[in-house]
Design a protein around this ligand. Sequence first.
Ligand SMILES: Cc1ncc(COP(=O)(O)O)c(C=O)c1O
Length: 481
Amino acid sequence: MPHPIIGWEHESPVPNHTFNDFLSSRDGCLFFEDLDLIQMLLGGREDQGLGRLMTSPLEIVYLPMIRQKIATLNDIFASVAAETGYAGHFHYAYASKANTSEEVVREALNAGAHYEMSSQVDTDIVMMMQNAGRLQPDRMVIANGFKPAGSGYARSLLRLKANHDNLIPVLEDLVELAPFIDSDQHFELGLRLKCYGHRNHNTKTPIDSGNSRFGMPIDDLWQAADIIAAASAPTLKLLHAMIGSQITGEHDFVSALKPAIDLYARLRQRHSQLSIFDYGGGIPAPMTLNFHFDYHEFFRQLMTAFIEICGRYDVPAPDIMGEMGRYTTTEHGAHFFKVLTVKNNGSTLPWYVIDGSIMTSFPDVWALGEHFIVLPLNHLDKPFQRVQLGGLTCDSDDVYPPKTSVSPLFLPVETRDLYIGFFCVGAYQEMLGGVRGSKHCMLPEASELVIDRNSDGQYQFRTIPGQTSNDVLRNLGYPVG
Ligand SMILES: Cc1ncc(COP(=O)(O)O)c(C=O)c1O
């Protein structure tokens, strides 16, 4: 297994170089598309519309990336559908749990995504987006998450239905059925199959045998489908089958889905209004420089499986839905830090101590040993050395690369005014670390720079101030003004 490539892996300076689709170095400086990153912090070169200098640590929210990701996947599906003669449509849903910031949700909806939600507060977001004219009546709202009868979430969905008819609650337990069956409103419902979890997909184990709390076993699912069919108002519209997250092999992904596709076809024979197969989340996204997933090939294999299996059961191939969280948001987020000092204290590698916390900014690093791209914003034209990063908290896990990693991290030897960026951190990290609140060792939250581009390609900037000491203290109950 090759190790995840998280940056430049040599002692020699970086020549003018393209790292990935959007990061490149020119004359010792790092560019995000054609945005000069170090100029925003140190100035001295052409201002690209910001009009002032930012301070570190700094979070970057790059909205055009969200639009690009959604358009790209829709285009890939359309081109594979044309190739394979697939008759069903693709429904791109944005899984809001990956990043629920207002600007991200707004951008995903603007780009044509449907909305996938997971909890009661999401229903308020849908209402607000609807009132603001950002969620049109034709957009589907897919309500995942546990919503037993009597819960606040179930009640909110009943209210939301009156405002937004195109709502599909996805039920994952028989105890969730009652409110939607008993309602006078005509609900289109989804049923979630229990198939989440890492299993050996090559064995003959039944798809619902994994140790997972999500979804219904097959027998319950048939029973739920029959209860819906027997009720007067609701219809069964969607089968949900999510097998896990970040499945990086196209073939593994589709083979793991095949038993659920088979179930779809058999259900469709009995329930003629069923028309959407929703593979949930799991579409991976690049967080390192040697990521590879062939989205074209994934769709080709998926459509081929549907055409073959649905043909065998003589039912029409469905519309396909995906709930893309990580794929939509990973690349739009970055986080910049200044290297404060180099500590050569006899450790295996020099410590580059940064002006923020790795641990609280990117919880997946210490919790899961996750890798993200780290590159300097300046001094790329100087020699590099292998280093380790230390955050400002007193926690021994506040380091990068993760303790279990074998990936080397090289940064410039020159550390005067050296700034570095963590890239591809836009999915989940902020939501897991919490927005606002008070964090480990009381480090205040960084300021945010929201970047967009108008149709002429000009950059537009908006800043959201970070936390002050008083914000942190107030959260903790101290009497500050
Ligand atoms: C039901 C459901 N849909 C979608 C997603 C989003 O997954 P991903 O971020 O892998 O796209 C998740 C993530 O946990 C999920 O639980």
